[in-house]
Design a protein around this ligand. Structure first.
Ligand code: HEM
Length: 385
Protein backbone atom coordinates (compact mmCIF):
# COMPACT_ATOMS: atom_id res chain seq x y z
CA UNK A 1 0.00 0.00 0.00
CA UNK A 2 1.25 3.43 -0.75
CA UNK A 3 0.07 6.87 0.17
CA UNK A 4 -0.48 10.10 -1.69
CA UNK A 5 2.58 11.92 -2.91
CA UNK A 6 3.93 14.92 -1.13
CA UNK A 7 6.08 17.64 -2.64
CA UNK A 8 9.79 16.89 -2.21
CA UNK A 9 10.87 18.40 1.08
CA UNK A 10 14.09 20.34 1.48
CA UNK A 11 15.30 17.36 3.52
CA UNK A 12 14.50 14.96 0.71
CA UNK A 13 16.33 17.18 -1.77
CA UNK A 14 19.31 17.31 0.56
CA UNK A 15 19.10 13.54 0.77
CA UNK A 16 19.21 13.30 -3.01
CA UNK A 17 22.37 15.37 -3.09
CA UNK A 18 23.87 13.12 -0.44
CA UNK A 19 23.00 10.04 -2.42
CA UNK A 20 24.45 11.32 -5.65
CA UNK A 21 27.64 12.03 -3.77
CA UNK A 22 27.60 8.63 -2.14
CA UNK A 23 26.93 6.97 -5.49
CA UNK A 24 29.95 8.75 -6.91
CA UNK A 25 32.04 7.53 -4.00
CA UNK A 26 32.56 10.99 -2.48
CA UNK A 27 32.74 11.21 1.28
CA UNK A 28 32.38 14.26 3.51
CA UNK A 29 30.09 17.25 3.11
CA UNK A 30 31.44 19.17 0.13
CA UNK A 31 28.64 20.37 -2.15
CA UNK A 32 28.38 18.76 -5.58
CA UNK A 33 29.15 22.09 -7.27
CA UNK A 34 32.48 22.79 -5.60
CA UNK A 35 33.93 19.35 -5.97
CA UNK A 36 34.16 16.95 -8.90
CA UNK A 37 33.47 13.32 -8.06
CA UNK A 38 36.86 11.61 -7.96
CA UNK A 39 36.59 7.89 -7.51
CA UNK A 40 37.91 4.68 -8.93
CA UNK A 41 34.85 2.84 -7.63
CA UNK A 42 32.86 1.17 -10.40
CA UNK A 43 29.77 3.16 -11.38
CA UNK A 44 26.61 1.27 -10.54
CA UNK A 45 23.39 1.42 -12.55
CA UNK A 46 20.68 3.88 -11.56
CA UNK A 47 20.78 4.25 -7.78
CA UNK A 48 17.31 4.46 -6.26
CA UNK A 49 16.44 7.73 -4.50
CA UNK A 50 17.41 7.72 -0.82
CA UNK A 51 14.72 7.63 1.85
CA UNK A 52 15.06 10.02 4.78
CA UNK A 53 15.53 8.02 8.00
CA UNK A 54 14.55 10.97 10.22
CA UNK A 55 11.30 12.86 10.81
CA UNK A 56 8.05 12.53 12.74
CA UNK A 57 7.75 8.86 11.72
CA UNK A 58 10.30 6.19 10.93
CA UNK A 59 10.94 5.29 7.29
CA UNK A 60 9.61 1.98 5.97
CA UNK A 61 5.94 2.47 6.88
CA UNK A 62 4.71 4.95 4.26
CA UNK A 63 8.10 5.75 2.73
CA UNK A 64 9.24 5.01 0.15
CA UNK A 65 5.79 5.19 -1.48
CA UNK A 66 6.26 1.85 -3.27
CA UNK A 67 7.94 -0.54 -0.82
CA UNK A 68 11.38 -1.77 -1.90
CA UNK A 69 11.56 -5.26 -3.48
CA UNK A 70 13.65 -6.88 -0.71
CA UNK A 71 12.90 -7.31 2.99
CA UNK A 72 14.70 -8.89 5.91
CA UNK A 73 12.94 -8.81 9.27
CA UNK A 74 15.13 -9.47 12.30
CA UNK A 75 13.60 -10.16 15.71
CA UNK A 76 15.57 -10.20 18.96
CA UNK A 77 15.14 -10.80 22.68
CA UNK A 78 16.59 -8.01 24.81
CA UNK A 79 18.67 -8.32 27.98
CA UNK A 80 18.85 -5.13 30.02
CA UNK A 81 17.30 -1.66 29.72
CA UNK A 82 15.87 -0.67 26.31
CA UNK A 83 16.90 3.03 26.15
CA UNK A 84 20.68 2.68 25.46
CA UNK A 85 20.22 -0.18 22.98
CA UNK A 86 17.52 1.67 21.04
CA UNK A 87 19.63 4.85 20.93
CA UNK A 88 22.57 2.80 19.58
CA UNK A 89 20.32 1.16 16.97
CA UNK A 90 19.06 4.60 15.90
CA UNK A 91 22.63 5.85 15.44
CA UNK A 92 23.39 2.75 13.37
CA UNK A 93 20.34 3.41 11.17
CA UNK A 94 21.59 6.96 10.50
CA UNK A 95 25.10 5.68 9.72
CA UNK A 96 23.87 2.87 7.44
CA UNK A 97 21.45 4.99 5.46
CA UNK A 98 23.95 7.81 4.95
CA UNK A 99 26.71 5.47 3.77
CA UNK A 100 28.90 6.00 6.85
CA UNK A 101 28.77 2.48 8.34
CA UNK A 102 31.81 0.28 7.66
CA UNK A 103 29.60 -2.79 7.18
CA UNK A 104 28.49 -1.27 3.86
CA UNK A 105 31.87 0.20 2.89
CA UNK A 106 32.08 0.86 -0.84
CA UNK A 107 28.35 0.32 -1.39
CA UNK A 108 25.72 2.97 -1.98
CA UNK A 109 22.86 2.67 0.55
CA UNK A 110 20.38 3.66 -2.17
CA UNK A 111 16.82 3.38 -0.81
CA UNK A 112 17.80 1.32 2.25
CA UNK A 113 15.38 1.74 5.17
CA UNK A 114 15.46 0.27 8.67
CA UNK A 115 12.33 0.38 10.79
CA UNK A 116 12.56 -0.48 14.46
CA UNK A 117 9.84 -1.73 16.78
CA UNK A 118 9.58 -3.00 20.34
CA UNK A 119 7.46 -5.88 21.59
CA UNK A 120 4.56 -5.76 24.07
CA UNK A 121 6.70 -6.96 27.02
CA UNK A 122 8.84 -3.81 26.87
CA UNK A 123 5.94 -1.44 26.17
CA UNK A 124 3.77 -2.86 28.99
CA UNK A 125 6.68 -2.46 31.43
CA UNK A 126 6.45 1.32 30.79
CA UNK A 127 2.66 1.61 30.81
CA UNK A 128 0.08 -1.12 30.22
CA UNK A 129 -2.27 1.35 28.57
CA UNK A 130 0.15 2.44 25.84
CA UNK A 131 -0.53 1.37 22.27
CA UNK A 132 1.62 -1.68 21.54
CA UNK A 133 1.39 -3.02 25.11
CA UNK A 134 -1.06 -5.82 24.18
CA UNK A 135 -0.06 -9.25 22.90
CA UNK A 136 -1.87 -10.80 19.94
CA UNK A 137 -4.50 -13.37 20.90
CA UNK A 138 -4.34 -16.80 19.27
CA UNK A 139 -6.31 -17.48 16.09
CA UNK A 140 -7.38 -20.60 14.19
CA UNK A 141 -5.01 -22.02 11.54
CA UNK A 142 -1.82 -21.28 13.47
CA UNK A 143 1.14 -23.65 13.98
CA UNK A 144 3.44 -21.55 16.13
CA UNK A 145 6.64 -22.85 17.71
CA UNK A 146 7.62 -20.83 20.80
CA UNK A 147 10.72 -19.36 19.15
CA UNK A 148 8.69 -18.14 16.16
CA UNK A 149 6.39 -15.76 17.98
CA UNK A 150 6.84 -12.41 19.64
CA UNK A 151 10.21 -10.88 20.50
CA UNK A 152 11.40 -7.67 22.17
CA UNK A 153 13.05 -5.75 19.32
CA UNK A 154 12.23 -5.92 15.63
CA UNK A 155 14.29 -4.45 12.81
CA UNK A 156 12.71 -4.39 9.36
CA UNK A 157 15.37 -3.86 6.68
CA UNK A 158 14.17 -3.02 3.16
CA UNK A 159 16.15 -2.16 0.04
CA UNK A 160 16.07 -2.40 -3.73
CA UNK A 161 19.55 -3.93 -3.62
CA UNK A 162 19.34 -7.34 -1.89
CA UNK A 163 23.09 -7.28 -1.19
CA UNK A 164 22.62 -4.47 1.34
CA UNK A 165 20.64 -6.72 3.67
CA UNK A 166 23.48 -8.87 5.09
CA UNK A 167 25.66 -5.80 5.80
CA UNK A 168 22.78 -3.99 7.49
CA UNK A 169 21.99 -7.08 9.54
CA UNK A 170 25.64 -7.36 10.64
CA UNK A 171 25.69 -3.68 11.62
CA UNK A 172 22.56 -4.12 13.75
CA UNK A 173 24.00 -7.22 15.46
CA UNK A 174 27.20 -5.29 16.19
CA UNK A 175 25.29 -2.27 17.60
CA UNK A 176 23.10 -4.50 19.78
CA UNK A 177 26.10 -6.38 21.17
CA UNK A 178 25.31 -8.83 23.94
CA UNK A 179 22.04 -7.11 24.77
CA UNK A 180 20.30 -8.53 21.68
CA UNK A 181 19.85 -12.25 21.08
CA UNK A 182 18.32 -13.18 17.71
CA UNK A 183 14.96 -14.94 18.06
CA UNK A 184 13.74 -15.32 14.47
CA UNK A 185 14.20 -13.75 11.05
CA UNK A 186 12.25 -13.66 7.79
CA UNK A 187 13.52 -12.88 4.28
CA UNK A 188 10.89 -11.87 1.72
CA UNK A 189 10.44 -10.15 -1.64
CA UNK A 190 7.99 -8.16 -3.75
CA UNK A 191 7.50 -7.80 -7.49
CA UNK A 192 7.07 -4.49 -9.30
CA UNK A 193 4.15 -2.30 -8.25
CA UNK A 194 1.14 -1.53 -10.46
CA UNK A 195 -0.49 1.90 -10.42
CA UNK A 196 -3.75 1.98 -8.43
CA UNK A 197 -4.36 5.67 -9.07
CA UNK A 198 -2.24 8.77 -9.56
CA UNK A 199 -0.58 8.48 -6.17
CA UNK A 200 -0.87 4.84 -5.06
CA UNK A 201 0.51 1.53 -6.30
CA UNK A 202 0.55 -2.12 -5.19
CA UNK A 203 2.48 -5.24 -6.24
CA UNK A 204 1.26 -8.72 -7.13
CA UNK A 205 1.76 -11.42 -4.47
CA UNK A 206 2.98 -14.93 -5.18
CA UNK A 207 -0.58 -16.07 -5.99
CA UNK A 208 -0.56 -13.57 -8.87
CA UNK A 209 -3.15 -11.22 -7.34
CA UNK A 210 -2.49 -7.52 -6.76
CA UNK A 211 -2.23 -7.12 -2.98
CA UNK A 212 -2.25 -3.88 -0.98
CA UNK A 213 -4.89 -1.90 -2.90
CA UNK A 214 -7.36 -0.91 -0.19
CA UNK A 215 -5.93 1.21 2.61
CA UNK A 216 -5.51 4.79 3.81
CA UNK A 217 -5.68 7.33 0.98
CA UNK A 218 -4.75 10.65 2.52
CA UNK A 219 -2.68 12.22 5.28
CA UNK A 220 -5.94 12.61 7.24
CA UNK A 221 -6.60 8.83 6.90
CA UNK A 222 -3.07 8.11 8.17
CA UNK A 223 -3.57 10.40 11.17
CA UNK A 224 -6.94 8.83 11.95
CA UNK A 225 -6.09 5.13 11.59
CA UNK A 226 -2.33 4.54 11.36
CA UNK A 227 -0.29 6.98 13.46
CA UNK A 228 -0.53 7.12 17.26
CA UNK A 229 -1.96 10.60 18.05
CA UNK A 230 -0.04 13.56 19.47
CA UNK A 231 -1.66 13.19 22.91
CA UNK A 232 0.29 9.95 23.60
CA UNK A 233 3.90 9.63 24.73
CA UNK A 234 4.22 7.31 21.72
CA UNK A 235 3.02 10.06 19.32
CA UNK A 236 4.10 9.28 15.76
CA UNK A 237 4.40 5.55 16.41
CA UNK A 238 2.26 2.82 14.82
CA UNK A 239 1.51 -0.82 15.68
CA UNK A 240 2.86 -3.45 13.28
CA UNK A 241 1.44 -6.95 12.96
CA UNK A 242 3.66 -9.53 11.24
CA UNK A 243 2.31 -12.93 10.21
CA UNK A 244 4.19 -15.56 8.23
CA UNK A 245 1.30 -17.22 6.38
CA UNK A 246 2.32 -20.36 4.53
CA UNK A 247 0.04 -21.00 1.56
CA UNK A 248 -0.69 -24.21 -0.34
CA UNK A 249 0.16 -22.36 -3.56
CA UNK A 250 -0.15 -25.41 -5.81
CA UNK A 251 -3.62 -26.27 -4.52
CA UNK A 252 -4.77 -22.63 -4.81
CA UNK A 253 -3.47 -22.30 -8.37
CA UNK A 254 -4.90 -25.71 -9.38
CA UNK A 255 -8.35 -24.10 -9.16
CA UNK A 256 -9.87 -22.41 -12.21
CA UNK A 257 -9.12 -18.70 -12.50
CA UNK A 258 -12.82 -18.03 -11.81
CA UNK A 259 -12.62 -19.97 -8.51
CA UNK A 260 -9.43 -18.16 -7.49
CA UNK A 261 -11.11 -14.83 -8.23
CA UNK A 262 -14.17 -15.87 -6.23
CA UNK A 263 -11.90 -16.68 -3.25
CA UNK A 264 -10.27 -13.24 -3.37
CA UNK A 265 -13.15 -11.09 -4.71
CA UNK A 266 -11.08 -9.34 -7.38
CA UNK A 267 -9.94 -10.20 -10.95
CA UNK A 268 -6.46 -11.63 -11.44
CA UNK A 269 -5.64 -9.59 -14.56
CA UNK A 270 -7.11 -6.14 -13.91
CA UNK A 271 -7.42 -6.39 -10.08
CA UNK A 272 -10.93 -4.87 -10.41
CA UNK A 273 -13.46 -5.99 -7.77
CA UNK A 274 -15.90 -8.69 -8.96
CA UNK A 275 -18.60 -6.03 -8.48
CA UNK A 276 -17.11 -4.12 -11.44
CA UNK A 277 -15.04 -1.04 -12.14
CA UNK A 278 -11.26 -0.82 -12.18
CA UNK A 279 -8.37 -1.54 -9.82
CA UNK A 280 -9.11 1.69 -7.94
CA UNK A 281 -12.82 0.94 -7.43
CA UNK A 282 -13.99 -0.06 -3.98
CA UNK A 283 -15.67 -3.47 -3.81
CA UNK A 284 -19.50 -3.02 -3.85
CA UNK A 285 -20.56 -5.69 -1.37
CA UNK A 286 -24.28 -5.22 -2.16
CA UNK A 287 -23.99 -5.73 -5.93
CA UNK A 288 -25.96 -8.80 -7.11
CA UNK A 289 -26.62 -10.76 -10.29
CA UNK A 290 -30.12 -10.45 -11.80
CA UNK A 291 -30.84 -13.79 -10.04
CA UNK A 292 -29.98 -12.20 -6.68
CA UNK A 293 -26.57 -13.81 -5.98
CA UNK A 294 -23.80 -11.59 -4.63
CA UNK A 295 -21.18 -10.64 -7.27
CA UNK A 296 -18.61 -10.77 -4.45
CA UNK A 297 -19.31 -14.16 -2.79
CA UNK A 298 -20.11 -14.29 0.91
CA UNK A 299 -16.80 -15.98 1.76
CA UNK A 300 -14.59 -13.88 -0.59
CA UNK A 301 -11.52 -12.51 1.17
CA UNK A 302 -12.24 -8.85 0.32
CA UNK A 303 -15.76 -9.15 1.78
CA UNK A 304 -14.56 -10.80 5.01
CA UNK A 305 -11.65 -8.35 5.43
CA UNK A 306 -13.58 -5.22 4.38
CA UNK A 307 -13.81 -2.65 7.16
CA UNK A 308 -17.59 -2.80 7.67
CA UNK A 309 -19.80 0.25 7.79
CA UNK A 310 -19.86 -0.14 11.58
CA UNK A 311 -16.55 1.72 11.47
CA UNK A 312 -13.65 -0.74 11.89
CA UNK A 313 -10.72 1.50 10.90
CA UNK A 314 -8.48 0.79 7.92
CA UNK A 315 -5.06 -0.83 8.18
CA UNK A 316 -2.08 -0.13 5.99
CA UNK A 317 -0.94 -3.39 4.40
CA UNK A 318 2.63 -3.63 3.11
CA UNK A 319 3.07 -7.40 2.77
CA UNK A 320 5.80 -9.35 1.04
CA UNK A 321 5.98 -12.86 -0.49
CA UNK A 322 8.45 -15.52 0.62
CA UNK A 323 9.74 -18.81 -0.71
CA UNK A 324 12.05 -20.80 1.56
CA UNK A 325 11.23 -24.18 3.09
CA UNK A 326 7.62 -23.19 2.33
CA UNK A 327 5.99 -20.41 0.33
CA UNK A 328 3.47 -17.76 1.26
CA UNK A 329 2.80 -14.21 2.34
CA UNK A 330 4.75 -12.39 5.01
CA UNK A 331 1.74 -10.29 5.98
CA UNK A 332 2.63 -6.86 7.40
CA UNK A 333 0.03 -4.35 8.54
CA UNK A 334 0.29 -1.04 10.37
CA UNK A 335 -2.53 0.45 12.46
CA UNK A 336 -2.87 2.60 15.59
CA UNK A 337 -5.11 0.09 17.40
CA UNK A 338 -4.35 -3.63 17.64
CA UNK A 339 -8.11 -4.23 17.59
CA UNK A 340 -8.21 -3.21 13.90
CA UNK A 341 -6.17 -6.28 13.02
CA UNK A 342 -7.72 -8.58 15.64
CA UNK A 343 -11.32 -7.79 14.63
CA UNK A 344 -10.48 -8.26 10.93
CA UNK A 345 -8.79 -11.63 11.40
CA UNK A 346 -11.58 -12.85 13.71
CA UNK A 347 -14.11 -11.95 11.03
CA UNK A 348 -12.02 -13.73 8.38
CA UNK A 349 -11.58 -16.78 10.62
CA UNK A 350 -15.30 -17.62 10.65
CA UNK A 351 -15.36 -17.93 6.84
CA UNK A 352 -12.79 -16.83 4.28
CA UNK A 353 -12.15 -18.85 1.13
CA UNK A 354 -8.51 -17.72 1.02
CA UNK A 355 -7.69 -18.42 4.66
CA UNK A 356 -8.46 -22.12 4.12
CA UNK A 357 -5.26 -22.42 2.05
CA UNK A 358 -3.06 -20.95 4.78
CA UNK A 359 -1.35 -21.84 8.04
CA UNK A 360 0.41 -19.16 10.05
CA UNK A 361 3.84 -20.20 11.31
CA UNK A 362 5.22 -16.92 12.69
CA UNK A 363 3.33 -14.16 14.44
CA UNK A 364 4.25 -11.00 16.33
CA UNK A 365 3.23 -7.44 17.04
CA UNK A 366 5.56 -4.50 17.69
CA UNK A 367 5.21 -0.82 18.48
CA UNK A 368 7.06 0.88 15.61
CA UNK A 369 8.75 3.63 17.59
CA UNK A 370 8.12 7.31 16.81
CA UNK A 371 10.44 9.01 14.34
CA UNK A 372 13.85 10.19 15.51
CA UNK A 373 16.83 12.31 14.49
CA UNK A 374 20.43 12.89 15.58
CA UNK A 375 19.30 15.10 18.47
CA UNK A 376 16.24 13.00 19.35
CA UNK A 377 17.42 9.41 20.01
CA UNK A 378 15.30 6.50 18.80
CA UNK A 379 12.86 5.43 21.52
CA UNK A 380 13.58 8.38 23.81
CA UNK A 381 9.95 9.52 24.19
CA UNK A 382 8.69 6.05 25.15
CA UNK A 383 11.68 4.82 27.21
CA UNK A 384 13.02 7.79 29.10
CA UNK A 385 16.56 6.96 30.20
C1 HEM B 1 -2.43 -15.46 2.66
C2 HEM B 1 -2.65 -14.29 3.15
C3 HEM B 1 -3.32 -13.16 2.41
C4 HEM B 1 -3.37 -12.89 1.09
C5 HEM B 1 -2.75 -13.68 -0.06
C6 HEM B 1 -4.16 -11.68 0.93
C7 HEM B 1 -4.46 -11.11 -0.29
C8 HEM B 1 -5.31 -10.04 -0.47
C9 HEM B 1 -5.74 -9.52 -1.72
C10 HEM B 1 -5.29 -10.05 -3.10
C11 HEM B 1 -6.60 -8.51 -1.50
C12 HEM B 1 -7.37 -7.66 -2.53
C13 HEM B 1 -6.65 -6.46 -2.99
C14 HEM B 1 -6.40 -5.41 -1.95
O1 HEM B 1 -7.30 -4.64 -1.53
O2 HEM B 1 -5.25 -5.36 -1.51
C15 HEM B 1 -6.69 -8.36 -0.06
C16 HEM B 1 -7.46 -7.42 0.57
C17 HEM B 1 -7.47 -7.24 1.93
N1 HEM B 1 -6.84 -8.02 2.88
FE1 HEM B 1 -5.74 -9.66 2.52
N2 HEM B 1 -4.55 -11.26 2.16
C18 HEM B 1 -4.06 -12.12 3.10
C19 HEM B 1 -4.22 -12.04 4.46
C20 HEM B 1 -4.84 -11.02 5.11
C21 HEM B 1 -4.91 -10.84 6.55
C22 HEM B 1 -4.29 -11.78 7.58
C23 HEM B 1 -5.59 -9.69 6.77
C24 HEM B 1 -5.94 -9.03 8.09
C25 HEM B 1 -6.32 -9.66 9.15
C26 HEM B 1 -5.95 -9.13 5.49
C27 HEM B 1 -6.62 -7.95 5.31
C28 HEM B 1 -7.06 -7.47 4.10
C29 HEM B 1 -7.85 -6.25 3.96
C30 HEM B 1 -8.29 -5.32 5.08
C31 HEM B 1 -8.12 -6.12 2.60
C32 HEM B 1 -8.94 -5.02 1.94
C33 HEM B 1 -10.38 -5.47 1.88
C34 HEM B 1 -11.28 -4.44 1.24
O3 HEM B 1 -11.78 -3.59 1.97
O4 HEM B 1 -11.47 -4.50 0.03
N3 HEM B 1 -5.49 -9.96 4.51
N4 HEM B 1 -5.90 -9.31 0.55
Amino acid sequence: VTVPSQPLSRRALLGLTGASLAAAGVAGCASSSDRQPVSDAPRAGATPAPVDATGAHQAGVVSPRAAQPNLLTLVYDLDGPPAPVLAALGRTVLALTSGRDRHLAGMSPGDLTLTIGVGPRLVAAVDRTLPGARQLPSFPRERLAAGDTGGDVMVQVCASDPLLLPGASAAIASAGGRALRERWRQRAFRGPSLAVDRTRSAPRNLLGFVDGIVGPRSAADLDADIWVPASSRAAGATIAVLRRMEIDVERFLAQTVAKQEAAIGRRRSSAAPLSGGTISSDPDLDARTPEGAYLIPTNAHVRRAHPPSTGVPTMLRRSYSFEDAAAGIFFISFQNRLSTFVATLHRMSTSDALLEFTVTTRSATFLILPGFAGTRPLGSTVFRA
